[in-house]
Design a binder for this molecule. Structure first.
Ligand code: NAP
Length: 341
């Protein structure tokens, strides 16, 4: 059997594409991704699974948590006939997102676009053939790449790329913590950490925040946040747990030590496009290039892309969902034009 549409990714873009494709009677198959630590936590549902309150998604006047919102998206997609690639080939009961069923979900390991139908490879020896593919694999957090940073991140030694996931842990309570970065994410993470920490340092490599004005003001006005300007982290100190970070002043090259009980990275994201093996045109940062700004078509006919995997600018749940809708409509039209109903 050749699938009409395979959707790879399960964030707002992937599930919205699934809702539209399923309602168009195309029975989409979704590779939702297995939960894993690589070294940051990656979950089906994407970045919103690592977010607490979402207050800017229309239709939720009181706000909604990221995981709850993604559970709603998934349930809505399944309700209309979306299928999810799982260990036992059965769609799980998605009505209870806390029962661990997402651990049965499959990663897409690679795709082969060299002939039609396309091939989508899952875990083990799974191969699915597909006429059309929608890629909605999003983007994951960046790290500084320091050896001790990675060692302590993997061992739970107080280094993390997600304050929302880890900030409430007892090791960070009433302690001094550091967040690296000067963008909106850094402000958001630092602000979140002030709920638990006695003080949060924002370590920024320049003398001006990249964050939007309103977010920057939030950080600068918060008495628990201190921005350390023109500083880069050159080492992370500590054996089992982080004890301090070594900083270098970008203007004078002078080094100093800052004792902290936790270090959180907020230095941007990398799109999940490595599994494409160079078969789609990407931009310099690795995001999928769209053929036409207003469409979701890519460099390969029949392959569509949506969400953070193509968008380094807006990166919002609502924009990703909108692109997921466009991808499903583009794929549906493409299938019809090729006589695949
Ligand atoms: P970002 O805007 O790209 O900011 C990344 C920050 O990390 C920058 O300040 C950058 O420094 C710094 N950085 C990058 N690599 C570094 C390195 N190797 N060492 C030290 N510092 C490094 O990323 P983001 O904050 O994740 O935001 C991404 C997008 O999502 C933005 O469009 C943002 O507006 C949006 N967003 C919005 C919200 C919200 O509105 N609630 C929340 C989060 C994110 P430089 O400034 O020197 O480049």
């Amino acid at each position: 059997m050749v699938e009409k549409i395979v959707i790879i990714g399960s964030g707002p873009a992937g599930w919205t594409a699934a809702i539209y494709a399923a309602r168009a009677n195309l029975q989409p198959l979704v590779f939702a991704g297995r939960p894993k630590q690589v070294p940051a936590l990656v979950l089906p549902g994407g970045q919103l699974m690592l977010t607490t309150e979402v207050e800017n998604y229309p239709g939720f006047p009181e706000g909604v948590t990221g995981p709850k919102m993604m559970a709603f998206f998934e349930q809505q997609a399944v309700r209309f006939g979306t299928r999810i690639q799982t260990d036992d080939g059965q769609n799980p009961d998605v009505s209870n997102p806390d029962d661990g069923h997402a651990y049965k979900y499959h990663d897409c390991t690679r795709i082969d676009l060299s002939s039609r139908p396309f091939k989508v490879y899952g875990e083990g020896d799974q191969v699915v053939e597909a006429h059309a593919i929608i890629i909605a694999t999003g983007a994951t957090a960046n790290w500084l790449g320091l050896p001790n940073e990675q060692r302590l991140a993997r061992s739970g030694g107080g280094v993390s790329a997600c304050a929302v996931c880890d900030g409430a842990l007892p090791i960070f309570r009433n302690r001094e913590l550091a967040v690296v970065g000067g963008g909106d994410s850094a402000v958001e993470e630092a602000t979140y950490l002030t709920k638990f920490a006695s003080k949060v340092y924002m370590i920024h490599r320049r003398d001006q925040l990249r964050a939007s004005k309103i977010m920057a003001k939030r950080a600068l006005d918060n008495p628990k946040i201190e921005v350390l300007w023109n500083q880069v982290v050159v080492d992370v100190l500590g054996d089992q747990k982080i004890s301090a970070i070594r900083l270098k002043d970008t203007r004078t090259n002078a080094e100093s030590e800052l004792p902290v009980a936790g270090l959180f990275m907020a230095i941007g994201h990398t799109p999940a496009t490595a599994f494409l093996g160079g078969q789609l045109e990407l931009d310099a940062k690795g995001y999928i290039k769209l053929k036409d700004t207003y469409r979701t078509t890519t460099s390969v006919d029949g392959v569509f892309a949506a969400g953070d995997v193509v968008d380094s600018v807006y990166r919002q749940a609502v924009t990703a969902a909108g692109m997921g809708c466009k991808a499903a409509l583009d794929a549906e039209r493409w299938l019809a034009e090729h006589g695949i109903e």
